[in-house]
Design a protein around this ligand. Structure first.
Ligand code: P1T
Length: 379
């Protein structure tokens, strides 16, 4: 299966005809438990927190898409991130990219720091900053690339190269999806996703995933998945698995639409800065071209009129729905300062109040640009 190209994997990976009926789609095994022939004599499934066949299919598909050996599904992206951090012990140190999803910062800063984990935030777009932050207690390097919401990139191979033995590199690949980049191929140790976003793709399910190659890390994470219990239900696994089948087509169109919209915004004087890895003005455009198959569907822009203009603009669009989240078929717009990144407001990694974030969907490009043009008249 791993010899297939990503487009074929998206459709076939992890899914076998159901052994009892031949159903081509993995059924939703809506069961909490499994009958045993004799004590501990079963068919591989004992209890659905531990394993469920619909989840097994999703996990295999996720692993194949990321080019990894093992996949694990979680109840949300945050649950997946939390499971990875539970590999660490009190006193262990993590280097974190200085632009991350607000919920990730909140988990690190307000929950895990209380258990003695230490975090240092650095601008990981320059690997030298990561190297300079290494300490004897460093166990993990944590980056999003592109980041949420500023779309900064990290050279994954360069960071993996500088990480000493025993320091894991984890990449939150939510904004790219495995169709645009596969961090394990660039020597990262751990890939994490909010599958709520591009992988699910239809704004109808919340989920998370971790993919790794190392059997030891997998076994610890598999233990934590069961011991802590933040697992997705079979219906959610089914929806995510269904979403995966069109990931390649969706990522292509997200990227095409986003490039046109980024160019439109860059030409409009309402914006002081437009940030999109596919624009030549992006400081890491060259790295984006080298590391990503396409620049993705996310755009950020800082409004010349600051906070007030940003709030007016995001309230005035119609097709671009004002909502948190991203990666679905429909276009979304939001104001990170007051919404997704409100938890960073008082911190060193606070975002600009004039920032607006677009998740460009799959609607017709002309309708999307017309919507933005109309809304901009109200700014
Ligand atoms: O929402 P959840 O499935 O728990 O995933 C958390 C998460 C993890 N990593 C990244 C890069 C994310 O963007 C997210 C969730 N982000 C949003 C809800 C948002 O609107 O940015």
């Amino acid at each position: 299966m791993t010899d297939y190209r990503p487009e074929t994997l998206a459709i076939h990976a992890g899914v076998e005809p159901d052994p009892t009926t031949g159903a081509i789609m993995t059924p939703i095994y809506q069961t909490s438990t499994y009958v045993q022939a004799a004590p501990a004599e079963h068919q591989g499934y004992e209890y659905s927190r531990t394993d469920n066949p619909t989840r097994t299919a999703l996990q295999a598909a996720l692993a194949a898409l990321e080019g990894g050996s093992y996949g694990l599904a979680f109840a949300s992206g945050m649950a997946a991130i939390d499971a990875i951090l539970r590999l660490l012990n009190p006193g262990d140190h993590t280097i974190v990219g200085d632009d991350v999803y607000g919920g990730t910062f909140r988990l690190f800063d307000q929950v895990l720091a209380r258990y003695g984990l230490q975090f240092t935030y650095v601008d990981a777009s320059d690997p030298a900053n990561v190297r300079a932050a290494l300490r004897p207690e460093t166990k993990l390097i944590w980056v999003e690339t592109p980041t949420n919401p500023l779309l900064k990139l990290t050279d994954i191979a360069a960071v993996a190269d500088l990480a000493p033995d025993g320091v894991w590199v984890a990449v939150d690949n939510t904004f790219s999806s495995p169709m645009l980049q596969r961090p394990l191929d660039r020597s990262a140790d751990i890939v994490v996703h909010s599958t709520t976003k591009y992988l699910g793709g239809h704004s109808d399910v919340v989920g998370g995933a971790v993919v790794v190659n190392d059997q030891g890390i997998y076994e610890e994470l598999k233990f934590l998945q069961n011991a802590v219990g933040a697992v997705p239900g079979p219906q959610d696994c089914f929806l995510t698995l269904r979403g995966l089948k069109t990931l390649h087509l969706r990522m292509e169109r997200h990227s095409e639409n986003a490039l046109q919209i980024a160019r439109f915004l860059a030409d409009h004087d309402a914006f002081a800065q437009v940030i999109y890895p596919g624009l030549e003005s992006h400081p890491q455009h060259e790295l984006a071209s080298r590391q990503m198959r396409a620049p993705g569907g996310m755009i950020s822009a800082i409004m010349a009129g600051g906070d007030a203009a940003a709030r007016r603009f995001v309230s005035a669009t119609r097709l671009f729905a004002l909502a948190e989240s991203l990666g679905g078929v429909e276009s979304l717009i939001e104001h990170p300062y007051s919404m997704t990144h409100a938890s960073t407001a008082e911190s060193d990694i606070a975002v600009d109040p004039g920032l607006v974030r677009f998740s460009v969907g799959l609607e017709h490009i002309d309708d999307l640009i017309a919507d933005l043009r109309t809304a901009l008249k109200e700014v």
